[in-house]
Design a protein around this ligand. Structure first.
Ligand code: THU
Length: 170
């Protein structure tokens, strides 16, 4: 069997000073959005900022719940806000930042599995990549040019509508 491989192309910047201005602006919005987190259980505050094609910025922050699974991540709060307030508008980029319980965040985090799946659905619907800008409050920043790169072998709407193969004869 031939071995196959996948390549993930992304950009890594050592700090804010290297990041293009528009991406730094969005990351700053995500950092600010961490203040809107409701995270009394994990004390891990996440902020997401989305830039739309019309130039609007939509932010979200994680919202936890005493019934833990009812909590929702910052990314999906922001995506749902776009769906509610700017339906059909293209999402160009999402920046994600966070603050842990103590100290200043100093490295990027990337979206959890559920958020990757949700982000992918938005990316497929709009047929345009959503750029991800991932960074703490200081340190390295990673830019991934499309969500689909973070979810190889993904489950997509095509799988739901795929026709089963005809039964073999004989
Ligand atoms: N969280 C997010 O909001 N986004 C992520 O990408 C990772 C995790 C939240 C969920 C929970 O409120 C807290 O961070 C700890 O997992």
């Amino acid at each position: 069997m031939p071995a196959r491989s996948l390549t993930l192309n992304y950009v890594s910047y050592t700090d804010d000073a290297q990041l293009p201005a528009d991406e730094l602006m969005l990351l700053q919005q995500a950092r600010e959005a961490t203040r809107n987190a409701y995270a009394p259980y994990s004390h891990f505050q996440v902020g997401a900022a989305l830039r739309l094609a019309g130039g609007q910025i939509v932010v979200g922050a994680n919202q936890e719940n005493a019934s833990f699974p009812a909590g929702i991540c910052a990314e999906r709060v922001a995506l749902s806000a776009v769906a509610a307030q700017y339906p059909g508008t293209i999402i160009q980029a999402m920046a994600i930042s966070y603050q842990p319980a103590e100290g200043l965040s100093n490295h990027p985090i990337s979206p959890c599995g559920i958020c990757r799946q949700t982000l992918l659905e938005y990316e497929l619907r709009q047929q345009q990549p959503i750029r991800l800008i991932l960074g703490g409050f200081t340190g390295e920043i990673i830019v991934v040019p499309a969500v689909q790169l973070l979810l190889p072998f993904s489950f997509t709407p095509d799988d739901l509508s795929a026709k089963p193969a005809a039964p073999q004869k004989g």
